[in-house]
Design a protein around this ligand. Structure first.
Ligand code: HEC
Ligand code: HEC
Length: 437
């Protein structure tokens, strides 16, 4: 995609200057500001940021009674001990639903920092054959409003399996927070099923966009604010992460270490890319489906070009904040160690056999869409057999840098410590993270 050329001008020096040739897409991405979403509750008659609504939203988020059978809350999958990302993960790398044998289709992303996600949109550079897509919620950006989104996990039979709106509304009326919800949104807020679902969505939105959900408390954040410097190892990793001839990671996972405002470093431009992670066979088996996940072009949205075949197999670039607290990676959860993700970038093209069965490159992308996978871009632009752009030591350094992006409450569960921790210790830290909210 065209925006990637711009990356070439972001050098090892920490100057944030971008060459004029680098189009608007890049500048816009780095201009992301705390109010990037603007009025997300357009048309609402109540101030969505009232403490009551945030508080009810939090209680709904942790309420296990809304699923069928009960026991699965939003927080079961968006685990507060793991940066509000993949919890209750099955061996296949995706979260389990409320019913035995049911798992989500994709990995569970973090719900932190969502207020920076812009609405889904295209940016068309003059000379590009195809516009670049940005933003929207979910791996394929199919929803723009958190109020509307809440219903999807609730009713998804592989997630909370909540059933019809009427039965969810019944549960809301019986919930211990029903009165608070009515107080915040009006006496009739739970009367009709549609209205009740909207009330639930608005409360969840208020919680998810609230101040607790963008903590900016990582070592990296401390460093950009002028606090303690990063360890030499993490600094080295940061330089490799940025270097357009080495990791080139920052061309998509954008950040700005010279801006004191950590909101300038979200580690994503919210753009879409077909990276072709290997097929996750455990996931295919768990879902009893061999169908390829086509991401962006599956949206089939009549208002946009998303059904263009050239967009197939693209997924939204995730933020790397708190990535070290995860236990499975990529939209299909194929990787279980952070280091493997970085090694995949470095050696996808130089040693495809390491990643794809029988060396069949791009096995999880149907052959007719293979051209959508960029094979000319740093770091995966080298021929098979050539020396990778990153050696083992450099991969480790990048991982050390990524570990500096973990917010304070989730550090206890970052990936390294997980291996050594007993389940009990994990539960304690889970409790601590919850208490920190
Ligand atoms: C069974 C696990 C599960 C449960 C329970 C669950 N989610 Fe999710 N959540 C997911 C998965 C998987 C995705 C990614 C889906 C996709 O991209 O197609 C996701 C994505 C999201 C996103 C989009 C984040 C982003 O970066 O775009 C939000 C917001 C969200 N969920 C909120 C919620 C809320 C609110 C609830 C409770 C009402 C909830 N989820 C319950 C698994 C779950
Ligand atoms: C061309 C844009 C692009 C570049 C360059 C890029 N990434 Fe990514 N990154 C993505 C996209 C898109 C995904 C999600 C892919 C998917 O799931 O199919 C991703 C996923 C990841 C993940 C998994 C995150 C998660 O929550 O599962 C990590 C870790 C990561 N990238 C690190 C890096 C590092 C380190 C580099 C540099 C060596 C890098 N990325 C370079 C776009 C990019």
């Amino acid at each position: 995609m065209s925006r990637h050329r711009c990356a070439l001008v972001v050098g090892l020096s920490f100057a944030a200057a971008l060459a004029p040739a680098c189009g608007r897409a890049s500048r816009r991405a780095s201009d992301a500001s705390p109010d990037a979403r603007g009025a997300v509750t357009a048309g609402s008659d109540v101030d969505a940021t009232t403490p009551t609504l945030v508080d009810v939203g939090r209680r709904i988020f942790f309420d296990p009674a809304l699923s069928d059978p009960p026991g699965t809350s939003c927080a079961t999958c968006h685990d507060p001990a793991r940066g509000f990302a993949g919890g209750n993960v099955a061996p296949s790398g995706v979260s389990r639903g409320s019913r035995a044998g049911h798992v989500a289709r994709r990995t569970t992303p973090s719900v932190l920092y969502l207020r920076f996600v812009r609405r889904f949109h295209y940016h068309w550079e003059e000379d590009a054959p195809l516009p670049d897509a940005f933003g929207g919620f979910f791996w394929d950006g199919r929803v723009d409003s958190l109020v509307d989104l809440a219903e999807q996990p609730l009713r998804n039979p592989d997630e909370m399996n909540g059933g019809e709106r009427a039965s969810i509304a019944n549960k809301l009326r019986a919930a211990p927070y029903a009165d608070e919800l009515r107080r915040a949104l009006g006496r009739d807020a739970l009367d009709a099923p549609d209205v009740a679902l909207r009330a639930l969505g608005r409360a969840l939105e208020a919680f998810l966009l609230g101040p607790d959900m963008a903590p900016f408390s990582s070592r990296y954040d401390d460093f950009v604010r002028g606090g303690a410097p990063l360890s030499p190892r993490a600094q080295y990793g940061m330089a490799l992460f940025r270097d357009p001839e080495k990791g080139n990671c920052a061309s998509c996972h954008r950040f700005n270490p010279t801006a004191r405002d950590p909101a300038r470093s979200l580690f994503t431009d919210y753009g879409y890319e077909a990276l072709a992670p290997p097929r996750n066979r455990l996931l295919a088996a768990a879902r009893r489906s061999n169908e390829a996940d086509l991401g962006l072009c599956e949206r089939n949205d009549p208002r946009t070009h998303t059904n263009d075949a050239r967009l197939c197999a693209s997924f939204r670039t995730p933020s790397l904040r708190n990535v070290a607290a995860r236990t499975s990676f990529m939209h299909n959860g194929v990787f279980t160690r952070l280091r493997d993700v970085v090694a995949f970038y470095a050696t996808r093209s130089t040693n495809p056999k390491r990643w794809y069965r029988a060396g069949a490159v791009l096995e999880d992308v149907p052959a007719r869409y293979a051209a959508n996978v960029n094979q000319r871009r740093v770091p995966y632009d080298r021929r098979a057999g050539a020396r990778p752009r990153l050696d083992d030591d450099e991969i480790d350094a990048i991982v050390a840098f990524l570990e500096s992006l973990t917010d304070a409450p989730f550090r206890a569960t970052s990936i390294e410590s997980v291996d050594r921790k007993s389940e009990r210790a994990l539960r304690t830290s889970n409790g601590r993270a919850r208490a920190a909210l």
